[in-house]
Design a protein around this ligand. Structure first.
Ligand SMILES: Nc1ncnc2c1ncn2[C@@H]1O[C@H](COP(=O)(O)OP(=O)(O)O)[C@@H](O)[C@H]1O
Ligand SMILES: [Mg+2]
Length: 323
């Protein structure tokens, strides 16, 4: 039975000669989900996405889009898909509108509905005011929007975006994230890849972590951190006597771990742990200030991608050796 917007991958493997780029990757994505592939360079993210989009077939294993097998029902599968490759070959000497028309013709969108499809894709990516600009004259952020607009042509049930914010400045990247979040709905599925943990955390409801060609973890971003860390942590920096400050913080209900130290500038630095799904930051701040200490900083400790990989695969970057 075919379910629009569903993705299934079973035991995908991809070899390039003797080199195994992707090994035994299985997952499924439900309609309307936003799933992120997270992993360091060389993890196999792009290779996996290329198998899903039919750029090349898997060496073994199978995958389907909306129930259509990507290899044996390639044409049907492709009509379900919009794809933003890692490096998009945009036609820089075409206007935005002309380029989208060209893409629509390639995707065999009937001419009677083509103008409407172009208008919808430009509206969804907020580029209608650039319709008559040459693509070559646009900023990187706008070019990436054009890339997403071409993926949206034909209103596909599944959008696959390979590193959609790579090469953009922080402001442009933030705009693209907002845009992507808006594209997923009950019917449209979004799969994207990234090597930036906060990006995946902010957009995706589920994250699939790839390292060395294999899936090493699948979970909601927040639960992933829960599994990998014994508790939540904040850093408190304050002025005052270290032992007295520690005693005050230790007395706050909910504190389950405490490490202290004195910084080079003489301020006291405490690493305070409390249970996941609880939040006692206000109580900690109140206790420090109420105890007469000068509170300088109270900052959450977020797990970096390096720490996650270290915990999951025992190497800071999850990169395999000898490649
Ligand atoms: N066409 C290819 N020929 C040979 N090796 C490849 C090819 N494409 C990718 N690889 C290798 O496969 C591994 C995974 O690459 P890729 O999927 O691009 O990783 P990612 O997108 O996670 O950075 C890398 O070691 C890369 O060098
Ligand atoms: Mg890649």
């Amino acid at each position: 039975m075919s379910v629009s917007g569903e993705i299934r991958a079973e035991a995908l493997q991809k070899r390039f000669g003797d080199f195994v780029a992707v090994e035994d990757v299985s997952f499924s994505v439900s309609p309307g989900e936003v799933v992120g592939f997270l992993g360091p360079n060389g993890a196999g993210k792009s290779t996996t996405l290329r198998m899903l989009t039919g750029v090349f077939p898997p060496t073994s294993g199978r995958c389907s889009i909306s129930g259509y097998d990507v290899v044996s029902q390639a044409i049907a599968a492709r009509t379900q898909l919009g794809y933003l490759p890692e490096r998009t070959a945009l036609y820089t000497d075409m206007t935005v509108e002309r380029y989208l028309r060209f893409v629509g013709e390639m995707k065999r969108i009937p001419s009677a509905t083509l103008s409407r499809a172009i208008g919808a894709a430009m509206a969804a990516t907020a580029i209608a005011d650039r319709a008559r600009r040459l693509i070559g004259t646009l900023s990187k952020g706008y070019r990436q929007r054009v890339g997403i607009a071409q993926a949206l042509m034909g209103d596909p049930a599944v959008l696959i975006l390979d590193e959609p914010t790579s090469g953009l400045d922080p402001g442009q990247a933030a705009e693209i994230r907002v845009l992507i979040r808006g594209l997923a709905d009950a019917r449209r599925t979004v799969v994207l890849s990234s090597h930036i943990l906060p990006e995946v955390e902010s957009i995706c409801s589920r994250v699939i972590i790839l390292a060395q060609g294999r899936v090493v973890a699948v979970d909601e971003p927040s639960r992933l951190e829960e599994r990998l860390r014994p508790h939540r942590q904040v850093v408190v920096r304050a002025l005052g006597e270290a032992a007295a400050l520690e005693a005050v913080v230790r007395a706050v209900a909910g504190v389950i771990a405490l490490e202290g130290g004195i910084e080079a500038d003489g301020t006291v630095r405490l690493l305070v742990g409390f249970a996941h799904r609880t939040d006692i930051r206000r109580e900690i701040a109140a206790a420090v200030v109420g105890g007469g200490f000068g509170l300088i900083e109270l900052e959450p400790v977020v797990m970096t991608l390096e720490e996650i990989f270290l915990t999951l695969v025992g190497r800071p970057d999850g990169v395999r050796e000898g490649v």
